[in-house]
Design a protein around this ligand. Structure first.
Ligand SMILES: *[C@@H]1O[C@H](CO)[C@@H](O)[C@H](O)[C@H]1NC(C)=O
Ligand SMILES: *[C@@H]1O[C@H](CO)[C@@H](O)[C@H](O)[C@H]1NC(C)=O
Length: 316
């Protein structure tokens, strides 16, 4: 079962951010049906897209995927076929977003960028109750924008959390974004992140910060860097990505956006799927066509909650 979409063939509007973000997991059948000019006989379905549901199933079934050998799996060519999906979030979200004014301190933050939720102590509304999986999902970004990701002191009482730990000897700035940007584009959050983002915080050596995230959110994060990609404006480093879904969450380290390669020492693990860690060696995306691991370069959680820990170990 391949979740192919004809939209994926229309590469004219290919955006660099999507090349960076990697393989697609599209569920856009209605868009496919809008296109009339596809020659289906020429399509190699096996080269398109990643079958997200199958990947979840494989991840959920896997009881021993922690130490997967670093051998590239079959290469999904989805990334190069990714077409721009310009779905907008509702105008209600946009309107509410414009009213948000962050007063957070930019003290010590690399680049001085203050996340729009830095001062938030509780979630806002859900921007959508619908959800999809994959890089192009337009899932919850909160109302107002960014109100789906907040800093908290404890994981208690939250279904979806990630605890960032700075394992370096120097203070770092962590930048957490919604993959859907404030403009409602599916992947603009990462390209916007160095300028405007959802959460920014400084972690002293050895310090940690917990974030809580609302259901149906797709987030990305990185150690902020002054090195930006010329093609997209996003951070030129490896990203962490998490999809928080009650039907089962997923997470991975992606070296795809890092022009230096697989140089960033990040490790993402979870309470719910202790057998699967995504790090520089296991269960990660090495390049847009090279997932490393059993399923598709990610870890999957079968349960309806996700409590993750991410160590930010810096460049090696
Ligand atoms: C990494 O995982 C996230 C969350 O599960 C997912 O949305 C994204 O598509 C994955 N990235 C790649 C390159 O597969
Ligand atoms: C990566 O970071 C971890 C701490 O999170 C550390 O133990 C490990 O030595 C680091 N790996 C490299 C190759 O520096």
């Amino acid at each position: 079962m391949v979740h192919f979409t004809a939209t994926a063939l229309f590469v004219a509007a290919l955006s660099l951010s999507e090349v960076m973000a990697g393989p697609t997991h599209l569920h856009l059948h209605q868009r496919a049906h809008q296109k009339k000019d596809v020659d289906y006989s020429t399509i190699d379905y096996s080269k398109l897209d990643v079958d997200w549901d199958a990947a979840y199933a494989a991840g959920q079934a896997s009881k021993a995927s922690a130490a997967v050998a670093a051998t590239p799996a079959a290469s999904p060519a989805g990334a190069v076929f990714a077409a721009k999906v310009g779905t907008k979030v509702s105008s209600a979200v946009a309107a509410a977003t414009s009213a948000v004014k962050s007063s957070g301190s930019s003290s010590g933050l690399l680049g001085g960028v203050v996340g729009c939720s830095n001062d938030r102590t509780s979630f806002g509304g859900l921007s959508t109750k619908a959800y999809a999986v994959g890089d192009h999902a337009i899932n919850n970004v909160g109302i107002p924008y960014g109100a789906n990701i907040i800093k908290v002191d404890s994981i208690e009482g939250y279904d979806f959390t990630n605890t960032f730990v700075n394992t370096q000897q120097v203070p770092i700035t962590v930048n957490v974004w919604n993959k859907v940007g404030e403009d409602g584009q599916d992947l603009s959050g990462s390209t916007d992140a160095p300028k405007k983002t959802t959460l920014t915080f400084v972690l002293a050596p050895g310090a940690s910060q917990i974030i809580a995230v609302q259901e149906n959110s797709n987030i990305g994060f990185a150690q902020a860097t002054t090195k930006l990609r010329a093609d997209s404006g996003g951070f030129d480093t490896s990203f962490g990505e998490i999809t928080f879904l009650a039907k089962g969450s997923g997470y991975n380290l992606s070296a795809i956006p890092n022009t230096a390669g697989n140089t960033y020492n990040m490790s993402i693990s979870s309470v719910e799927a202790p057998q699967c860690t995504s790090d520089m060696n296991n269960n990660f995306w090495l390049t847009a066509t090279q997932p490393i691991g059993t399923s598709d370069g990610s870890c999957y959680i079968a349960q309806s909650t996700a409590h993750l820990t991410t160590t930010m170990g810096g460049n090696i």
